[in-house]
Design a protein around this ligand. Sequence first.
Ligand code: NI
Length: 381
Amino acid sequence: MQKKRLLFFIVCVVLCIQFSAVSAQNGDVVGTARYTDIVAYVNNRPIASYNVNGYTVIVAEELVHYGFLVEWNESDRFLWIVRNPEAETIEGMSGVCSYGQHDGLKYADILETDIRTYVNGNQVTGFNIGGQTMIYLNSLTCVGVVKWNAEDRAAELVLGGISMIEKPPVYEGEIPYEVDPYRPMVALTFDDGPFPYTTERILDTLQYYNSRATFYVVGSNVRAYPEIAKRLGEQNMQIGSHTFNHIKLTEASDGVIAEEIIATDQATREVIGVGTSTMRPPYWVSNERVRRVAGLPVVTWSVDTLDWQNKNADVIFDTVVNNVRDGDIVLMHDTMNCTADAVARMVPALIDAGFQLVTVEEMAAARGWTLEPGVLYSKIY
Ligand code: NI
C-alpha cells in the first residue's frame, strides 16, 4: 500500500503548502504541532493528543466521547463545550482518524482560527490544525482536574461524577507469557512498518496486555527506524518479510526477488537480532515462482480489516471482534493511527472474549503445524 500512501502524502503536502500559503498572506501561522510522547487521558480513557509549543492539545470535537456536549454554532462560528450532565460513564472513542496523524504526516501546521471556542462559557484558546479545532488540555481545568504524571509522562484530566475506567496494568515482566494450546487464539499481523508513532502505539497496547503479534516489516523501514524496530524484538514480536522496497514480486526477476528477501532478512538480523522466517508479499500478489524463489512460508490472512481503505477505527474494531475465530490471522497495517486506535480497544476486547494473542508461528506450533517454505497459509485450522 506504500504507493497509495505516498500519493496521499504528496497530495497532503501540496494541500498543506497551498493552505499555508493562503494563511501566510495574513501572517496566520502560529506554530507547528508535533506528535508527543505524552499520553493524555480523560478519566483513564486515552484521548489523542498533540504537542503544541510544549503543551498537550486535544481535538475539541473528540470530547463528545468523553462526557461532553460539543455544539457547533454555524451562524456565529463558535464551538460550545460543556460537561454533559447526563454523562455517567465515558462511552469510548469514535476512532475517526485525525488529520496529521496518519500516512506519514508527522507535522501539521497550526493555523489561527476564526472559530471561537468556549468551555463552560469561558472562551479558551483554539487552534486550527488541518481543519480541526484543537484546545489545550489545560483549558478543561474549569470542569475537572488536570494532573501530570511525570513517571508515566501522562496528562490526566479527571472529571467528577463520571465513572472512571480502569487503566490497564503495565506489564513489567512478572507475568510469564505462555501459550495454552487448548485455549482459543488469534494472530494479529501488521504490514508495512515499522513506522514512527503508530507502530509504537500498537506496541504500547501489546505491552500493556502481555500479548504478541506478527509484523511484516519493510526492510527499508527497519533501516530507517531502527529504534522502533528494536522494540519489536524486545517485545518478542514475530518478524516477517514484506520485502525491502515494498515491490510487486510477480513483476520482479528471480534475482531481484532473492535480493529483496535477503536484504530484509539482513536488516532484521542486524537491527532486531532475529531473521524473517515467513513472508507476506506486498500488494498480496505472489505466484509459484515467487514462492519458490523466496523460499519462505507465505502468510496471508483470514480476516481482512481493510484498514488502509476505510481508515476508521470503529470499522476495524468491529470487523475483527465480530468475525474472528480460533486460529484466524488478522490483516492490519501499523502505519495508520486509526489502526492503532482500533488495536487499543481490540486487544482487551479479544482477551475478554477468551482469545490469546499470539504470533503466527506460535499459533502454528500450538496446533502442531510446521510452516513449509513456498506454502501459503491464511489461517491455522
Ligand atoms: Ni504492504
